[in-house]
Design a protein around this ligand. Structure first.
Ligand code: NAD
Length: 252
């Protein structure tokens, strides 16, 4: 077990077919206790319950909080202080995407997307940092859109928010290095979740798959495995970087 006895917080992790939940499940399978943060209490409770069925009665808790809500996050951190005592891993995963062209993006769209995807990461990191043990790990979910621009993969505001996630990750790595806290990101390509399951018609899908050397879209588990690597000591000397998980769809 790679992270046995560790504690982890994952934002946006209640959707049963999402990247956050798949990562939380992988963490529990590897011996961690997890806190599932997401918007709705009933979703968090359901997700935590299904993880307790895998990892035992202490394996998971759920807490409803919006990553835009700094006060709510502070309350969750206080709750975690009493239940977990310390925090080893933070996964900043909560995100929203709008597939829009530049001329269609309103100021409200821009702010809504940046508030969740980028400021949400900042808020959650600031709230959880006081709980984090020296030697802990932060993993943030960016996107291939940060590397290639939006288009089919999300609008320009989505791409900009994820570019911000990559820049903030580097700042965290620099500032937190002296505490041996590592900060890394992942750049998923097209991962089939509720975010995009119905986003592409059959012809578009076929064209996209044809452009992926591994010949398929990704699964949430593909991302979860890399998050596990970045959260565990397997990546003890890796910080300030991002791992692409895209089947070869984009290469540097
Ligand atoms: P998803 O929609 O299944 O999961 C997103 C989760 O975030 C949901 O559970 C949602 O309730 C939660 N969330 C949204 N706004 C929130 C807020 N304000 N506060 C707290 N929680 C909030 O989608 P997913 O595909 O699993 O996405 C997870 C992450 O992966 C996102 O950051 C997304 O941008 C990123 N990503 C996804 C893909 C893909 O192809 N699916 C590709 C690249 C990056």
């Amino acid at each position: 077990m790679l992270i046995k006895g560790m504690t982890a917080v994952l934002t946006g992790a209640a959707a049963p077919d999402g990247i956050g939940f798949a990562t939380a499940r992988r963490f529990v399978e590897e011996g961690a206790r997890v806190a599932i943060l997401d918007l709705r209490q009933e979703d968090c409770a359901r997700a935590a319950e299904s993880l307790r069925a895998i990892g035992g009665p202490n394996a998971a808790i759920g807490a409803a909080v919006d990553v835009r809500d700094r006060q709510g996050l502070a309350q969750v951190a206080q709750h975690l202080q009493t239940t977990f005592g310390k925090l080893d891993i933070l996964v900043n995963n909560a995100g929203i995407a709008q597939k829009r062209r530049l001329e269609e993006v309103s100021a409200e769209d821009w702010h809504a997307t940046l508030d969740v995807n980028l400021m949400g990461m900042f808020n959650a990191t600031q709230a959880m940092l006081p709980l984090m043990t020296d030697g802990g790990a932060i993993v943030s979910v960016a996107s291939i859109a940060a590397q290639r621009g939006g288009g089919l993969l999300g609008g320009p505001h989505y791409a900009a928010s994820k570019g911000g996630v990559l820049a903030l990750t580097k700042s965290l790595a620099r500032e937190l290095g002296p505490r041996r806290i590592r900060a890394n990101a992942v750049n998923p390509g097209v991962i089939i979740t509720s975010m995009n399951r119905t986003a592409f018609d059959a012809a578009t899908q076929a064209g996209m798959v044809a452009s992926i050397p591994l010949g398929r879209f990704g699964s949430p588990e593909d991302v979860a495995r890399v998050c596990l690597f970045l959260a565990s000591d397997l990546s003890a000397y890796v910080t300030g970087t991002a791992v692409d998980i895209n089947g070869g769809m984009h290469m540097h």
